[in-house]
Ligand binder design. Structure first.
Ligand SMILES: *Cc1c(COP(=O)(O)O)cnc(C)c1O
Length: 403
């Protein structure tokens, strides 16, 4: 891969911050967007804007084709069996809320849901909201010091009341790639369906929902070089068919009278209202972009950056790295001495280096490690080894200021 050429697709990388070239290492929060994606948005507004699935006129047909061709691209990208199983959402958060709300309709007082200690708030709070409606108990798989889940503890959490498992594919803080296929198999042996939160996996590794055999999978476009406001919920057809709609409105109906309304077929049953067809078409361009580079080549490049950053950071006195599981993804969370993540992030910004600080939407995980927050650097395909060196040099300078 020619990284210099790739970088030219991302104009934002030419920016200066505080008079210094930007080093953007907050990719796990949102990745940057290449010209090919932005130009698709422009083309959608300038040439193809008409409401989808409604008109017989040419532009409406074009817009519908662009939306539906993205659905096919997503199907292929995650290796789903059918486009009926690919539902467009506003993002991972909405996908999880949809399942919690719709599937949760079936749950009863006393039912239990298993999540893990490394979940993002968006895979905790929707289940708690459900729990307020129905007395549902959350059971939590513990994480060890290296950032790995304890599978024996997971097995022991299953009871006759377990109704659902929801867990991250890759942790946004620790980088741990969880053994999802194995965990799904264990859940299925208890007859329990599994949702996998793939927000941090889809941009960095090949996802195969049929190989994982998961029942639901969620992802967010904006973390994988696509536009904001678009996400995907994959669900197995027989489960989606049995679930009630999440929201009501246009698009999701079969026939409406004041007495009785029937639902549209999948996937439209879960897509009430005009979808963000502009964003969805642009997300299709982002998938094309990733496919052209190759997800394995992206992962290999990010792995080199991660290894080098880890090696160099470890040389800094007082360095604590959180998440050291073998085969982890390209995020590195750390603290130096007793410097707060906030101070570190603010001072790195003065050096042009953008990192994430704070609790990373995972307060229970922060509590597990006994800290308020962490600094997180996360990599994307356009990052370089010289950027890694500038980043580590920056951390070293900030550490020396406090030393
Ligand atoms: C970012 C993230 C989410 C939430 O994604 P949104 O795009 O904000 O909906 C959920 N889970 C994980 C692991 C994440 O990294």
């Amino acid at each position: 891969m020619n990284i210099a050429e790739i970088r030219r697709d991302f104009p934002i990388l030419e920016r200066q911050i505080e008079g210094k070239p930007l080093v953007y290492l907050d990719n796990a929060a949102t990745s940057q967007t290449p010209r090919q994606v932005v130009e698709t948005i422009e083309q959608m507004y300038y040439r193809h804007k008409a409401n989808v699935h409604r008109g017989v006129h040419t532009i409406s047909q074009e817009a519908t084709d662009l939306l539906e061709s993205t659905r096919e691209k997503v199907r292929c990208f995650i290796n789903a069996g059918s486009t009926d199983e690919v539902i467009f959402t506003r993002g991972t958060t909405e996908g999880i809320n949809l399942v919690a709300s719709s599937m949760g309709d079936r749950f009863d007082n006393g039912d239990e849901i298993i999540i893990t200690a490394m979940e993002h708030h968006s895979n905790i709070v929707p289940w708690q909201l459900l729990g307020q409606r129905k007395r549902i108990r959350l059971r939590v798989v513990p994480v060890d010091d290296r950032g790995e889940l304890n599978l024996q503890a997971y097995e022991d959490l299953f009871t006759e009341n377990t109704r659902f498992v929801s867990l991250a594919h890759v942790s946004n803080v620790l980088g741990t790639v969880n053994p999802v296929a194995q965990m799904v198999e264990m859940a299925h042996r208890h007859g329990v369906p599994v949702l996998v939160d793939g927000a941090q996996a889809a941009p960095h590794l090949a996802v195969d929902v049929r190989q994982l055999d998961c029942d639901f999978y969620t992802l967010s476009s904006h973390k994988m070089y696509g536009p904001t406001g678009v996400g995907v919920l994959y669900g197995k057809r027989h489960l989606l068919q049995a679930m009630p709609p999440y929201q009501g409105g246009g698009e999701m109906i079969g026939n409406v009278t004041f007495e009785k309304t029937t639902w549209a077929d999948l996937p439209f049953k879960f897509e009430a209202g005009t979808p963000d067809f502009v964003g969805i078409a642009a997300f299709g361009a982002a998938i094309d972009y990733v496919n052209a580079l190759g997800i394995d080549a992206i992962a290999a490049h990010e792995h080199i950056l991660l290894e080098e950053a880890t090696r160099l950071l470890q040389q800094i006195p007082g360095m604590r790295i959180f998440g050291t599981a073998p085969g982890k993804g390209a995020v590195i969370s750390f603290l130096v001495g007793n410097i707060s993540s906030y101070d570190m992030g603010l001072l790195l910004d003065k050096l042009g280096i953008a990192v994430r600080t704070g609790h990373h939407c995972a307060q229970p995980l922060m509590a597990r490690y006994g800290v308020q927050g962490m600094v997180r650097a996360s990599f994307a395909v356009y990052n370089t080894l010289p950027e890694v060196q500038r980043f580590v040099e920056g951390v070293r300078r900030v550490a020396a200021m406090f030393g």
